[in-house]
Design a protein around this ligand. Structure first.
Ligand code: NAD
Length: 308
């Protein structure tokens, strides 16, 4: 199996390392800074023997070398700087991602695109339109990360093991994420039975803001261990055809009453990509929040189309 990763920066190279460590697939790394891609591929190749991994890893100067990829992970683009919103990235990253998607369409037309670049939901929407790929084959990574962050913060606050927490985060990656309180349980108990409303609000706020907090602490760049692990989890589910359910940003065509937008919802991932979009029952408030997030994304997508 073969995974190509476009963007050899923090998220791309860490995803490559997770894949190499697991032995999941052979890896090709592409970056506009070709020496960076070469250095990362060479460095990770020196870890393979110590990791007892038999995969291969190489840097590519030419997109022809991504041909035959089962998955192309797109992590190329700018990361947020302190004080910068994901929306500020829209114009710059849509130019970068647009060019890359056209090359992926030409060289790896049968691949599944896993989009990582922010603003995530808009980049996934653009990649779907430009590639002309089946909607099952363009999948944005955000929900796995947001759910993982929510779980971690709940675990720290409740002193409950992560493995005993069930959490689901839908919606847009960013301030408009929609954590499903009705589906969140810790130690088998509903969150609302364990915490006061203001404590829940505080945890939700922390979940929304922790990405920005990492940006501020790092001073340059944004989070990458959590994002790369989430991306790896999705690649594993697709390549091993596990049919696992996780949240991802996918194109909706009537599900949840939404149309013509890529947004985070629970999906079943397998070798065809999105094998199923799961429609869970939402409370009135959760549905209103999801619809609000979709509306905001549609405005962004309109903006992106106008600047193309
Ligand atoms: N979806 C998520 O949950 C999530 C999480 C973290 C980061 N991100 C996003 O992922 C992207 C990458 O983050 P990072 O921390 O790895 O950034 P980074 O700056 O470390 O890496 C980005 C890489 O993209 C490369 N690049 C730029 N233009 C390119 C082009 N035209 N072709 C090929 N490569 C090109 C750069 O040279 C750089 O190496 C950012 O947009 C970031 O906001 C998303």
């Amino acid at each position: 199996m073969k995974v190509s990763i476009v963007g050899a920066g923090n998220v791309g190279s860490t995803t490559a390392l997770f894949i190499a460590n697991s032995g999941l697939a052979d890896i090709v790394i592409v970056d506009i800074l070709s020496d960076l891609a070469k250095a990362k591929a060479m460095d990770i190749s020196h870890a393979l023997s110590a990791l007892d991994s038999d995969v291969t890893i190489q840097a590519a100067d030419d997109y022809k070398e991504i041909s035959g990829s089962d998955i192309v992970v797109i992590t190329a683009g700018l990361a947020r700087k302190p004080g910068m919103s994901r929306e500020d990235l829209l114009k710059t990253n849509s130019d970068i991602v647009g060019q890359i998607v056209l090359k992926v369409k030409e060289s790896a037309p049968d691949s599944i695109i896993v989009m990582v670049t922010n603003p995530l939901d808009s980049m996934a929407y653009m990649a779907l339109g430009l590639s002309g790929f089946d909607a099952k084959k363009v999948i944005g990574m955000a929900g796995v990360l947001d759910s993982s962050r929510f779980t971690q913060i709940l675990s720290e606050n409740l002193n409950v093991k992560r493995s005993e927490i069930e959490s689901t985060v839908l919606g847009s990656h960013g301030d408009l994420m929609v954590p499903l309180l009705s589906k969140t349980k810790a130690g088998g108990r509903e969150l609302r039975d364990i915490l006061k409303p203001e404590q829940i609000e505080d945890i939700l706020e922390k979940t929304k803001k922790c990405g920005g907090q990492i940006v501020s602490l790092l001073k340059s760049g944004s989070a990458y261990y959590g994002p790369a692990a989430s991306c790896f989890k999705m690649c594993k589910a697709i390549l091993n055809d596990t049919k696992e359910i996780m949240c991802a940003s996918v194109y909706l065509d009537g599900e949840y009453g939404l149309n013509d937008v890529c947004i985070g919802v629970p999906v079943r991932l397998g070798k065809k990509g999105v094998e199923e979009i799961i429609e869970v029952e939402l409370s009135k408030d959760e549905l209103a929040d999801l619809q609000g997030a979709a509306q905001a994304l549609k405005e962004n997508n309109k903006c992106m189309k106008q600047t193309e």
